[in-house]
Design a protein around this ligand. Structure first.
Ligand SMILES: [Zn+2]
Ligand SMILES: [Zn+2]
Length: 876
């Protein structure tokens, strides 16, 4: 006998990955007339390391791409990378041990570019290992001049539409990164800080007034003190003047309803500028903006002796000084929600550094309308973007004081500040390198200086649908591709990537960017907590991929419900491998039975019709779930069908016929369902599906690869055959589990089986031989009625009850019980009469014994089980 071949993913996965590349089966065809399904694929950040979140997220997107390709769409699924911005800069600074500001600008940009470039090949390889079907023919990376050019043009157009302005008010500022940040880049985290009770003096009376503050270092810019008008304990201060400690500055006390009377002493000092509340007060009371902290996070001259100290040092020293001078009464720990830089976690300062803004607050309603015009999957994610849009209080600050990003295409006059905007045909332009096209300022004759500011990276990534759709480059393609079909992304970038894209595309095209958004969740550590390097619970997916392969990881992704966060389970990869092996083995069996493509026969056994009809249901259900991107549901149904309905039941029932010449029906069903099932699975486990397809079907099918072989046709539903098939399935399952329970091998013969019940002949007609062969019965009869006699085979003592009740007599009672012979069926509640050796006569209640029954017919003793309304009599 030939040894059974085995599926080996280690050999097959790289083999098919190479073939797919060679065949270019994932290529978008710009000339095709087929309906386009375009995916605004998230450009993967060029950081190198693949984490589980990537492996999962991109795989879910790939499910959609592969499904739509099978459905006959012309799928647009670009391979793309995001190669901009602070994370790369921060990594380069760390790796090289330098600070960006200390290296020549162009030199630093070059280092960043090299760093990112070095990772792109590696990251492309990781996508291939995972079997992602991205298309390199529509490749892009966001730092390339061809991409940045489009970013600049989009800015120029918005500028000309009056949607861009330079704002001269405070913005979120990271002193470590030395740049402005948008609200969406500020992360709020709980921190424990100290609330310091410091002493002010009332000018008039010289009385001491305590004020609690978390930021005593800002005292140098204290301009006002406020109390709540309703607070009787402090209202006497309103209109009075106080003297600040350390700086001895006279400040007024005002009544303001925004003051929380329960915080600290109910008196607040208003500084310029601690946070957004401070800013509101400064505007409201017309106070000057004093800058106590500079862009590097150091105290300015206003801080007097603390000048030049970093904020935290200054806070420590000023507290020590006040303590020594008796100006600090006490300190209390305080849990505070502080805003931090998304990248480096440094607490955000609020600084006045002029920045470029894109108008957004005044467009809230239009954005919200557009949000409603897009289909969100799952739908509850729509709430998140609506909440964010509704909460917006500020326009989007798009300039950054960084390096490795798209340059802002303009020059400013050094004398009067007027702006010379680049022309579209000058782009891509770096104004720090390129001379302006006008020598002198048009307004004052002064000198133009190229903007050293760069764009927020979301300025690049938020035009990805425009870039993908050939905006400003090819009007015909734009018509064909815009709006795009699908934006897939994770939920953490709803307020950035999703929101900014809608805003930008609304400003630039007046149209929504996509028809649908699919939002997936996060992969958490096995204990359910978020994975963080600092928690030491991150899982590197590469060793898992080496251990289990790409299909196994994809299987894991297919078990995760869309939009939810999921704790990682390595066990699922083991199950994925098992499913691959099962799939391959079952299809191999189909292939060995079908040496050519079977035609649809005129007559089939009921069980053949049953599996076809059931498969039709499966195709329709999977299609429904795939359309909603509920891939976990699809996978659950496919698996159940493959393991149970198809492999366990149908194949077992049909295999005795499948090799016989004159039985086309079983081969037709095996082939149709086998190939169709493989197509459904190919979306999730593309490697094993391809391997099995090439081995068992390719010789009879036209498509070069299963992935371009088309979605399976769903066989029509046939209720009558399904009903007949179900009962056959139940009978076989019943007899098989009876065999297992009895410890009998599934292949062991049974001498006779009778299937008994009203209507049984109709239900079983045409299936008798399938059942008989499958359960290995020598004789199978289908009967309306059989006369059965029940009798007692044995009386079994219940020792656990006899012992405590009868003590030393228990043993003898048990022996007598077992020796008792009974005729017919006694009343099950009747006691048992026992005469002991010493003549005592006992009446033993039914709780002390069990009656083991036997059933027989005129043919002899039999075992009796049931399947639905039918009885199965087994004569072993
Ligand atoms: Zn930072
Ligand atoms: Zn000028």
């Amino acid at each position: 006998m030939q040894t059974m071949a085995q599926y080996d993913w280690r050999v097959s996965e790289p083999k098919w990955q190479a073939k797919w590349k060679e065949w270019e089966i994932h290529r978008f065809d710009p000339k095709s007339k087929a309906e386009v399904f375009s995916i605004d694929n998230p450009p993967r950040y060029a950081s190198g390391a693949l984490h589980l979140g990537h492996a999962y997220g991109y795989t879910v997107i790939d499910f959609a791409a592969r499904y739509k390709r099978l459905k006959g769409h012309n799928v647009f699924f670009p391979l793309c990378f995001d190669v901009n911005g602070m994370p790369v800069e921060v990594r380069v600074e760390k790796v090289k041990g330098i600070k960006a500001s200390e290296v020549p600008r162009q030199e630093f940009i070059r280092m960043c570019s090299e760093f990112a470039e070095a990772h792109i090949g590696e990251m492309t390889g990781q996508f291939e290992i995972l079997g992602e079907s991205m298309d390199p023919s529509i490749y892009y990376q966001t730092d390339a001049e061809y991409y940045r050019r489009v970013t600049q043009i989009s800015f120029i157009r918005m500028f000309k539409k009056g949607l861009v302005y330079k704002g001269h008010f405070p913005v979120n500022w990271c002193t470590r990164c030395g740049t402005a940040l948008a609200d969406a880049e500020v992360n709020y985290e709980q921190r424990t800080t100290k609330l310091n009770y410091i002493v002010f003096k009332e000018v008039e009376s010289g009385r001491e007034i305590q004020i609690a503050t978390t930021r005593p270092e800002l005292l140098c810019t204290c301009l006002l003190v406020a109390v709540n008008p309703e607070d009787q304990s402090t209202s006497h201060l309103v209109g009075k003047e106080l003297v600040t400690p350390v700086y001895n500055r006279k400040v007024k006390v005002v009544a303001d309803p925004k003051v929380d009377p329960n915080f600290g002493t109910g008196i607040v000092m208003i500084c310029s500028i601690g946070d957004k509340d401070d800013l509101e007060w400064i505007m409201k009371y017309g106070l000057p903006l004093e800058k106590g902290i500079d862009e590097d996070g150091k105290m300015t001259e206003l801080a007097g002796k603390y000048v030049g100290m970093p904020v935290l040092d200054a806070r420590k020293v000023i507290i020590d000084d006040m303590k020594a001078a008796g100006l600090l009464v006490k300190q209390e720990p305080l849990e505070q929600n502080t805003g931090n830089c998304w990248r480096c976690h440094t607490p955000i300062e609020f600084l006045k550094v002029p920045q470029w803004f894109i108008k957004s607050v005044e467009f809230k309603d239009r954005v919200l309308k557009m949000v409603d015009d897009i289909v969100w999957k799952p739908e509850f994610m729509k709430i998140r973007i609506k909440d964010w849009v509704n909460s917006l209080a500020w326009d989007w600050v798009v300039s950054r004081q960084r390096y490795f990003a798209t340059a802002i295409p303009l020059w400013e006059c050094a004398d009067c500040g007027s702006v010379l905007l680049a022309e579209e045909d000058e782009c891509y332009v770096d104004p720090t390198v390129r001379a302006p096209r006008k020598e002198k300022c048009e307004v004052c004759g002064g000198k133009y200086v190229g903007s050293t500011d760069v764009f927020d990276t979301w300025m690049d990534s938020s035009i990805s649908p425009l870039y993908n759709a050939f905006w400003t480059r090819d009007d015909k393609m734009f018509e064909k591709l815009y709006p795009m079909t699908l934006r897939p992304q994770s939920h953490d970038i709803i307020r950035t990537w999703a929101y900014y894209t809608i805003l930008r595309e609304m400003h630039l095209t007046g149209q929504k960017p996509w028809d649908e958004v699919m939002i997936h969740g996060f992969i958490m550590a096995p204990d359910g907590r978020p994975m963080h390097a600092s928690s030491g619970n991150t899982i590197d997916p590469m060793p898992l991929l080496e251990k289990y392969g790409g299909d196994a990881m994809r299987y894991y992704a297919s078990t995760c419900a869309l939009g939810m966060d999921h704790a990682f389970k390595e066990q699922e990869l083991v199950r994925g491998n098992r499913l691959s092996t099962k799939t391959w083995n079952v299809i191999r069996l189909v292939g060995s039975a079908c040496k050519e493509k079977p035609r649809k026969p005129r007559k089939m056994h009921p069980i053949d019709g049953w599996i076809l009809s059931k498969f039709g249901d499966l195709v329709r259900e999977v299609e429904k779930c795939n359309e909603e991107y509920q891939f976990d549901r699809s996978m659950a149904m496919i698996q159940d069908f493959l393991w149970h309905k198809f492999a366990d039941h149908y194949v077992e029932l049909a295999k005795h016929r499948a090799y016989s010449e004159d039985d086309e029906g079983s081969r037709y069903a095996l082939y149709t369902v086998g190939l169709g099932l493989l197509k459904l699975i190919s979306v999730f486990l593309p490697h094993v599906a391809e391997d099995a397809y090439q081995e068992s079907f390719k010789a009879h099918e036209k498509a070069i690869s299963i992935h371009v072989s088309g979605w399976p046709e769903a066989p029509a539903k046939d209720d009558a055959l399904e009903k007949k098939g179900e009962i056959v399935k139940d009978i076989v399952a019943g007899i098989r589990s009876w065999k297992s329970a009895k410890g009998i091998s599934l292949n062991a013969d049974i001498s006779r089986v009778e299937i008994v019940g009203t209507g049984s002949e109709d239900l079983l007609s045409g299936s008798e031989e399938d059942v008989r062969q499958t359960v290995k019965a020598k004789v199978l009869k289908v009967l309306d009625k059989v006369k059965l006699v029940e009798s007692i085979a044995k009386i079994k003592p219940v020792y656990s009850k006899l012992g405590p009740a009868f003590k030393k007599d228990a043993k003898e009672i048990a022996e007598k019980m077992q020796a008792t012979k009974m005729d017919g069926m006694p009343d099950s509640d009747a006691p048992l009469e026992i005469i002991l050796g010493d003549g005592r006569k006992l009446s033993i209640g039914p709780e002390f014994f069990e009656l083991e029954k036997k059933v027989s017919s005129e043919r002899g003793e039999l075992e009796h089980i049931s399947a639905g309304s039918l009885s199965i009599l087994i004569y072993s």
